[in-house]
Design a protein around this ligand. Sequence first.
Ligand SMILES: [Zn+2]
Length: 497
Amino acid sequence: MGNNNGNYSKKRVYLLDTTLRDGEQTPGIVLTKDQKVLIAKKLDELGIDIIEGGTAIASKGEQEALQSMVKEKLNSEIASFCRILTKDIEAAITAEVDSICLTFPSSDLHITKKLNKTREQVKTMVYDCIEFAKSHGLIVHLLAEDGSRADLDFLLEVFKGAEALKVNSLTVCDTVGILSPEKTQDIYNRLSKELQVPLGIHCHNDLGLALANTLSAIRANARLAHGTMNGLGERTGNTAMEEIAMALKLFYNIDTLKLEKIYEASKLIEGLTKFEIPINKPLIGKNVFTHESGIHVDGILKDSKMYEPFSPELLGRKRQIMLGKLSGIKTVKLKLEEFGFTLTPDQEKVLTERVKELGDKGKTITDADFLALVYDVLGQRKERKIVLKDFVAVSGSSVHPTASVRLIVNNEEKVASALGNGPVDATLNAIRNLVGNEIDLAEYHVDAITGGTDAMVKVTVVLKKGDKKITSSATSTDIVYASVEAVLRGIDVLIDY
Ligand SMILES: [Zn+2]
C-alpha cells in the first residue's frame, strides 16, 4: 500500500517504475505472475514510490499478479495501467490496486486515427473515467499518450478539467521519443505555471535523450519521473530508472533510490526477463568499471577518480581489470594480487610480455589463459594436465541427448559417458563424471562471432571451486567442441589453483 494515499509533496521527486508494464512490452519479454511479484518486491526494496505492475484488464494472470503485489503490503503504491474505458477501471478495482495510470490518446493523430473520436469525445471519456475511479477510492494518475505531439492548449484544457476532478498527478508521455531537452522545458514551464497538481514525465529513448528530457522536465518543476529498470521498453526503451536516480543524486543531490542496491536489482531483472544488459550500458553494463589499458590502470591505481566518474561501490559494484595487449606491468601485478601470486620482478616482466603477445593475437585473455601463463612462468608446468582426446555427442528428435568423452588426465586415459538436456549439457556432465564434482559451472555464455549456420561461436564460462572463481573461453564452429574446450581449459588451471 502506498503510504501517502495519493498526496504527493511538491518538495520531493517521486519515481514511478513501469518495468512491469511498459518494460514488459519489450519484444520477447514475458514474465510469469511469480516473477512479477519478485520484481515488485525488489523495486520496493530499492525505494520506488509507485510500481505500475501491469494491466489488470489484459488477462486473468495480470490481474492476479497485481493482486499478489498488493497482498505483499509493500511500501510502494501499486498501480494498474488503464485505458479510458470503465471496464479497464473495473478490472483494476477487482485487482484491489491502490491507483491507476489512466492513459488517454492526446495527439490528433491518436485521437482520430487510433480511437476514431473527436477531442471533445475524448475529454468526456477522460472525465467520466476519473469520476468513476475516484468514486471507488482509487488514486488516479492521468497520462497523456503521445502528449509530446499534442496541441499544448488542448492538453492544458484536459489537464485543468482533470485537476478540478482531483486527479493525483498529470503526465505528458513522449511516446515516440521525439522531445528535445529545450522543448521539454518549454512544455513543463507552461504546465507548471497553470496547474497545481504534481506533474509527471514519461520518456522513451528513441534519440538517446530520455534521461536528458526527464531531467529537463524536473528542472521545470515536474515531480514524478517515470522509468524502467535497465531501460527496458519497446524499441529503444524507456528512461532507465537507475540513470534517473543516479543523475538526481549526482547533479542535484536529490535522494531517491538506494543506489547501492541498483546493480543487484538490475541483474535480477536481467535474469528474469532474459534480456541481456548491453556491456556498455551506463551504470549497469559489464564494461562500466572494467579497465584494460595500462595507462588507465596506472591512473586508477594513483587515484580511481582519474578514469572513473564515480566509484563502483556507490552502485554496489566492483572494479574489474581486464588483460590485453595494452596491459602494462602494473595491471599484471594487480591481477597477480587478485589471484594471490607473488612473482619476482623478472618473472613479472616475462609474464607481462607473454600477456601482450597473447593480446596481440587478438585474444581476450581470460583468467584461465592468465593462470596458465603464470604456471608456465613459475616453471610449475609447461603442458596441460587435462587434455581432450576425443568426444561423441548424440542428439536428435527421438533420442535422449548422450555423450561420451575421452580425456587424458595426468597422462592417464579416462572415459565416461552421460545423459543431459541437449548435447552440450550431456558432454559437460560426462566431463564432470571424469574430473569430479568439486568444480561447478557457475555461468555459461555463447556468442556467435560471425553470422550464418556455419558461424564461429565463442563460449565463455565461469567455473567455481569453493570460493574461487575463474573465467575461461574457447572458439570454434562447433558449439559442443567450444563448450568442452572452454570448460577443460578452465578446469585445467583450476585444479592447481
Ligand atoms: Zn511508454
